[in-house]
Design a protein around this ligand. Structure first.
Ligand code: KIV
Ligand code: ZN
Length: 525
């Protein structure tokens, strides 16, 4: 145990992060993400907003059943039915947190809630007291805190603590504050709320002015001891404070911020990839800590310095966040045993034999096609097999031939297995990918909007595997499909089918949430 002050890391990737337009994740993806977060040492995982949809309810339930160390948490408005939904989905965990919130700023109270100060006070009393009946661990947030009068905020905080809140979260909901001001707000709370020593103060900062991480860290110096954040900084509008930046800033500048987060930073890169894959949100190349270029050195002067001593241009090592230097791994003569060892090395420790077998088969095929196989290739293969392991393949690609090039309309010939029926078609299109997607639409009639098509090369070289991501939308449902192959067009067809298969499951899925009445919460939070 470290003797430094503990800073609790509260991850809200699957709640606030999922509120980014288009960032929806399936229940299976959330479960996989929660396992990585649990291994990473994240203290509290806000797994969803259970009242809002059967999917959220189901995800919070599944996550609360599976966590080994992290505390699961659900979000609730100041309403009994929201708190009931939290309890019903969290009750499987030996310890859980209910996070309830209400707006306290004049603009929110007047225009969003249409409530007076006194009505908000009553709602706080009722909701926190009610949540406390279900768990000792209650967090209360004053939404739009940074645009709330300090006097009223202090009054509401004192009340929430008296009613049993043990964590008080100060949200900069609209990303309006600046570091000096945010720190002053925390200092004011510490000096003016008489019972504040009975609660942990938390910061929840949005990034509208690009200041989310700076504000949260300024809060730390004034007494914040929990930071709410998301992997890759995803979240409403410009996002939330990025977990990886908060944690690595504290670790790298521990001389000035002598706190301990307890996060296994070596798992940061894995967490970033899994969240990016699930949401279909790419990570910008120059993103701090997890961007592709975060540890790349291009200019001659920098490369020269690096060769002499890494500290010339590196303030933290790539290994410390789990970025392995691209390494040549295995070839076509490598056996299943070596493959399995490699997977363990790459952090895939809890995979079923079926998935390993599936990935090993793909590895052998790849090794025949591609001279050099890198760690990244293996990761892409395994992620592809994990998708298969989700058993969501009602429609499967049997064969694909594509005629592309100059002069002629591009043409695709495709055979699909559609729920056991083998079907064939040929379509032309505006480019080969268009022809492929038209084949799928012809063989399985459906109407969805394609909102993202993205190709990314897994490694360098013309024989690199491509990972293709496809996002489709139907009414208010969104799914992301992915696939990797050395043939970009095959990967494109498979990624589209993967998204479509997930959409079919979403359509079919019945509520598992008993008689909870789910509500669309307008305007986000
Ligand atoms: O940004 C916000 O105010 C929130 C609260 C629900 C904590 O997400
Ligand atoms: Zn938020």
């Amino acid at each position: 145990m470290s003797d430094k002050d503990k800073v609790y890391i509260f991850d809200t990737t699957m709640r606030d992060g999922e509120q980014s337009p288009g960032a929806s994740m399936s229940v299976e993806e959330k479960i996989q993400i929660s396992r990585v977060f649990d291994d990473m040492g994240i203290d509290i995982i806000e797994a969803g907003f259970p009242i809002t949809s059967p999917g959220d309810f189901e995800a919070v339930t599944a996550i609360s059943k599976g966590l080994k160390n992290s505390i699961p948490c659900g979000l609730a408005r100041a309403k009994k039915k929201d708190i009931d939904a939290c309890y019903e989905s969290l009750k499987y965990a030996k310890r859980f947190r209910i996070h309830t919130f209400i707006s306290t700023s004049p603009v929110h109270m007047k225009h969003k809630l249409n409530m007076s100060n006194d009505q908000v006070i009553d709602a706080i009393k009722e909701s926190v007291t009610y949540a406390k009946k279900f768990t000792d661990d209650v967090e209360w947030s004053c939404e739009d805190g940074t645009r709330t009068s300090l006097d009223f905020m202090c009054k509401t905080i004192e009340l929430a603590i008296n009613c049993g809140a043990t964590t008080i979260n100060i949200p900069d909901t609209v990303g309006y504050s600046i570091p000096e001001e945010f720190a002053k707000t925390i200092t004011h709370i510490k000096n003016n709320v008489p019972n504040i020593d009975k609660a942990i103060i938390s910061a929840h900062c949005h990034n509208d002015l690009g200041l989310a991480v700076a504000n949260a860290l300024a809060g730390l110096s004034a007494g914040v001891r929990q930071i709410e954040c998301t992997i890759n900084g995803i979240g409403e509008r410009a996002g939330n404070a990025a977990l990886e930046e908060i944690v690595m800033a504290i670790k790298t500048r521990n001389d000035l911020m002598p706190y301990d987060t307890g996060i296994k930073t070596e798992l940061i890169s894995k967490a970033s990839k899994i969240v990016s894959n699930a949401t279909g949100f790419p990570v910008q190349f120059n993103k701090a800590i997890v961007g592709k270029n975060a540890f790349a050195h291009e200019s001659g002067i920098h490369q020269d310095g690096m060769l002499k001593n890494r500290e010339t241009y590196e303030i933290m090592s790539p290994e410390s966040v789990g970025v392995k230097q691209t390494s040549l791994v295995m070839g076509k003569h490598s056996g299943r045993h070596a493959f399995k060892d490699k997977l363990t090395d790459l952090g895939y420790t809890d995979m079923t034999d079926d998935v390993i077998q599936e990935a090993f088969g793909k590895f052998k095929v790849l090794a025949d096609k591609k001279k050099h196989i890198y760690d990244e290739d293996i990761i892409a293969l395994v992620d592809d097999s994990l998708i298969v392991d989700n058993k969501i393949n009602a429609i499967n690609l049997k064969s694909l031939k594509v005629y592309a090039g100059t002069g002629e309309p591009q043409r695709a010939e495709m055979t699909l297995d559609v729920f056991g029926d083998i079907k064939q078609t040929t379509q032309t299109g505006d480019g080969p990918v268009d022809a492929i997607f038209k084949c799928i639409k012809e063989l399985y009639e459906h109407e969805v909007k394609l909102s993202l098509y993205q190709v990314h090369a897994v490694t360098e070289g013309t024989d690199a595997q491509a990972t293709v991501s496809v996002k489709i939308e139907e009414n208010d449902r969104t799914t992301v499909g992915q696939s990797a192959d050395t043939d970009t067009l095959v990967a494109s067809a498979k990624a589209y089918l993967n998204a479509l298969n997930k959409m079919l499951i979403k359509r079919e899925k019945k509520s598992l949430s008993g008689n909870i009445e789910h509500q669309k919460v307008k305007g986000g939070v």
